[in-house]
Design a protein around this ligand. Sequence first.
Ligand code: SF4
Length: 327
Amino acid sequence: MSETARHPLQVKPPLLVKIAAPRGFCAGVDRAIEIVELSLHKYGAPVYVRHEIVHNKYVVDSLKEKGAVFVEELDEVPDGVPVVFSAHGVPKAVPHEAAERGLNYLDATCPLVSKVHRQAERQVEAGRHIIFIGHRGHPEVIGTFGQVAPGHMTLVETVDDVGTLQPDDESNLAFLTQTTLSVDDTAEIVVALRKRFPRIVGPKAEDICYATSNRQAAVKAMASSCDLVLVIGAPNSSNSLRLVEVAERHGTRSRLIQRAQEIELGWLDGVTTLGLTAGASAPEVLVREVIDLLSHRFDVIEETVRTVDERITFKLPRGLTEQADAA
Ligand code: SF4
């Protein structure tokens, strides 16, 4: 956001900034970042990380500065160095290959993604074909598909996709979902699946994680009272993109930004109430950065819109925990 010259006595216009809570880092992201940091501390640099540990450039750049090296595939990891798998999860073939090469690997897959992996295995063991609701090409989807042999899972992204399904045995179907989907869209797809395949089985509630649901609920609670909602997150962050959609569905313009500098002054024309949130992989420092930048131009009044308190934490993998306990 470029600043225009301002007379010293000129009064700044007021801007009410409603800040969603919860927002930003979830327990899975906290854990994944801690795994990389503890690995660097324990083994020293470099520690390799397969795929962005979480979808956030600020986080990735901070870890690079500490000695993490990010690669996309295991064959880019030299022998003899530790490698961490990202929070999104990996196909089974990846730890298998790492073990065959004798690599010291640490799995930062979010436990809630691992839970979906186990459900996939169980459904296939029970002889069911899985309809998986998710976004094609997302690393979590690739990882979950890689938990079972090819041919046991079919991806659907929309209600329309449900209409095109041609399963071999309609009486032996299960559905599972990606963890970072739109709560509302997924509910519609599940309704369509149950209508078309009344015997399909699935989890009691879809597998959208608590952090994704809570962040969407917080945006719903404030969006209609805002003129614009800014979402801090990366363009490849599924849960951040969903927050933009949620705001827009509530009739409010919304923009995804990675850093404060990306805010365009024109977006703020006529805005007196601004909503602000951050995806599950965006750190709080980026929220403060936005507030600071806005404060140069506006008399900012902050208001937190809290819908729920989050107290979830996940255990670290064994081997790193003694060190964390001792720290
Ligand atoms: Fe885990 Fe949800 Fe966070 Fe993804 S967004 S890392 S599934 S808690």
